[in-house]
Design a protein around this ligand. Structure first.
Ligand SMILES: CC(C)(COP(=O)(O)OP(=O)(O)OC[C@H]1O[C@@H](n2cnc3c(N)ncnc32)[C@H](O)[C@@H]1OP(=O)(O)O)[C@@H](O)C(=O)NCCC(=O)NCCS
Length: 313
């Protein structure tokens, strides 16, 4: 995976700014809208003399969606969990404490820390100062309507060991990550698919059907998260058509032709046999960039292995 590194930034472990403390370096880039130019893949390590400096803010672009991946076991192995805990609000810590298993508490903590650290990569604001709220369906959003001029949208997904966050500007995004070999009961699988998906799945060799289901599932979840309706919308009320080797088309009888055409999808491979999908509003000409982050330590841009993309992408 290291050969795919494009960009490496290191922040001194333990560096934690207090609420309201501005970043020491880096311009403010709040909701910039100029097009981003892709950089060639290369490895860049901040010189040792500059280690500990707060990295420059990333620029948010309308024509780019950033995906951020964190691995809980890696954060744990690096001894960063305690410091991640310092970033959480009292309400988040109370929520964390309600999980029965340590693994789930750690995963929750890493997700919250990742989201906070990612947001602070785009704005001169301390990780601890972000506030969140959810709408009636549970869709999370920033509580501070002025941040990023109210244009930043994000979506979260986690498996036991990974958290994936999508960040978009001026467009809704939805993201999902699953283990590609996750075992799901056959009856559940068939119940989540619409009639055409069931037919297409039944035509596949039975060894490949579980993987096809997981891929379809990530697409469905990404769409529902972008729409914000969660599971209030039955999974079999819409579907995806897998076209040739690399295409995807959404088929949603509840969306009119125009609104169905505004959603773009990408499905991609992720480390350790995980698969992810992202749904992007008006996403036909949007770049996708994948980063890996160890909150409060390192972030790295990685090559993204797209498996399929929607016809408009
Ligand atoms: C909540 C839901 C949107 C995703 O749930 P999920 O796949 O279990 O979990 P994920 O990790 O992918 O996503 C959870 C995140 O979705 C976000 N979310 C919750 N409700 C949401 C909504 N209405 N719209 C957008 N995002 C939402 C939250 O950020 C949540 O993470 P957080 O609680 O840490 O903030 C919903 O589809 C759900 O409950 N799914 C059940 C999954 C299931 O039954 N799977 C079995 C077959 S494989």
């Amino acid at each position: 995976m290291d050969s795919q590194l494009d960009h490496v930034r290191r922040v001194q472990p333990g560096l934690l700014r207090l609420p309201g403390t501005p970043r020491l370096a880096g311009p403010r880039h709040r909701g910039r809208t100029r097009p981003c130019r892709r950089r060639p893949l290369q490895r860049h390590v901040v010189p040792a003399a500059r280690e500990g400096a707060v990295p420059e803010c990333l620029t948010l672009c309308r024509n780019r969606v950033d995906l951020w991946l964190a691995q809980t076991s890696r954060v744990r192995a690096l001894g960063l969990l305690d410091r991640c805990g310092l970033l959480l609000s009292a309400e988040e810590l109370a929520r964390e404490a309600r999980f029965r298993f340590q693994e789930d508490r750690d995963s929750f903590r890493v997700t919250r820390a990742l989201l906070r650290c990612v947001l602070s990569r785009y704005a001169a604001k301390a990780e601890t100062s972000w506030r969140f709220e959810s709408d009636a369906n549970g869709r999370p959003r920033l509580a501070d309507a002025d941040a990023f001029s109210g244009e930043l949208d994000f979506s979260i997904s986690h498996t036991r060991d990974f958290t994936l966050v999508a960040i978009g500007l001026g467009r809704r995004v939805g993201v999902d990550i699953e283990r590609a070999d996750r075992q799901v009961r056959e009856s559940v699988r068939w119940a989540c698919l619409d009639a055409d998906e069931r037919t297409a799945c039944a035509l596949l060799h039975e060894d490949t059907q579980p993987r096809r289901f997981i891929e379809t599932w990530t697409l469905k979840e990404s769409y529902l998260k972008a729409l914000g309706c969660g599971l209030s919308r039955p999974m079999d009320s819409f579907g995806f058509r897998f076209i040739d080797d690399a295409g995807i088309a959404l088929c949603d009888p509840c969306a009119d032709a125009t609104s169905a055409a505004t959603w773009a999808f990408s499905m991609f491979d992720l480390p350790q046999a995980h698969v992810g999908s992202v749904c992007i509003e008006d996403g036909s000409a949007v770049d996708l960039v994948l980063h890996r982050m160890e909150p409060l330590a390192t972030d790295v841009e990685m090559a993204l292995q797209i498996i399929r993309g929607s016809a408009t992408q």
